[in-house]
Design a protein around this ligand. Structure first.
Ligand SMILES: [Zn+2]
Length: 216
């Protein structure tokens, strides 16, 4: 069994300094957000809004930006028996939450991942952890699938990877064109020429959609 990534083994004093740094960053972010709102004419001194700047700063820090400030989670891998080296592993329907780089509003959707192990297997839960870490930052969906692919590739050096993400972009549904029903799908395959494996992956996604009665 091998692992990449790291846990925090620093002395308690250094960890405390890290959290103090986080609180000063949060205070600065909250102060700037308050100014941002006031510049747009939003009253920030009501019972419901007085704590909003810190609430918003914490939301971005804790919910949307984990991938910006933290290393990739520890990834457990397992050696592969020769009979499993060419087996396609498919995981469908991983929930995904991200932030659009262009408008800083949510992207909500599902990721589907497949790979052929080669020398190593990923722990199954680690696939979801990789997807969530990759998504926990401002991104464009077209690039996100490549980040997931490259992170898996560097963890286990598989012989094939496929990533498909389907998501709703609130910058499409809640503003601008206000198109509430559109979903965006982005796919990436490495290497790109393995048509039979791609079809097997898409069939698994379609079975997952039928089983869940879901369209995303
Ligand atoms: Zn956007």
């Amino acid at each position: 069994m091998r692992s990449i990534g790291s846990t925090d083994h620093r002395p308690a004093l250094l960890q405390r300094k890290g959290s103090e740094m986080n609180s000063s960053k949060l205070a600065a972010a909250a102060s700037h957000y308050k100014s941002f709102c006031e510049a747009l004419g939003i009253p920030m001194n009501t019972d419901h809004s007085v704590d909003t700047p810190m609430r918003v700063a914490r939301m971005f820090h804790n919910d949307f930006l984990v991938g910006v400030r933290e290393e990739c989670p520890k990834i457990t891998t397992f050696p592969v028996d020769s009979m499993l080296r060419d087996q396609l592993v498919i995981q469908c329907g991983i929930r995904l939450r991200s932030l659009c780089s262009h408008h800083h509003v949510p992207i909500v959707g599902r990721a589907h991942v497949c790979y052929i192990p080669g020398e190593s297997l990923l722990g199954l839960s680690k696939i979801a952890r990789i997807v969530r870490w990759c998504a926990a930052r401002p991104c464009v969906q077209e690039e996100l699938v490549h980040l997931i692919k490259d992170t898996i590739k560097s963890a286990i050096n598989p012989t094939f990877i496929g990533i498909s993400v389907t998501a709703e972009h609130e910058c499409m549904s809640c503003r601008g064109v206000t198109e509430p029903d559109s979903l965006t799908t982005t796919n990436v395959f490495w290497p790109s020429h393995n048509e039979d494996t791609r079809q097997e992956f898409f069939l698994a996604i379609s079975h997952w959609l039928q089983a869940r009665g879901a369209n995303r």
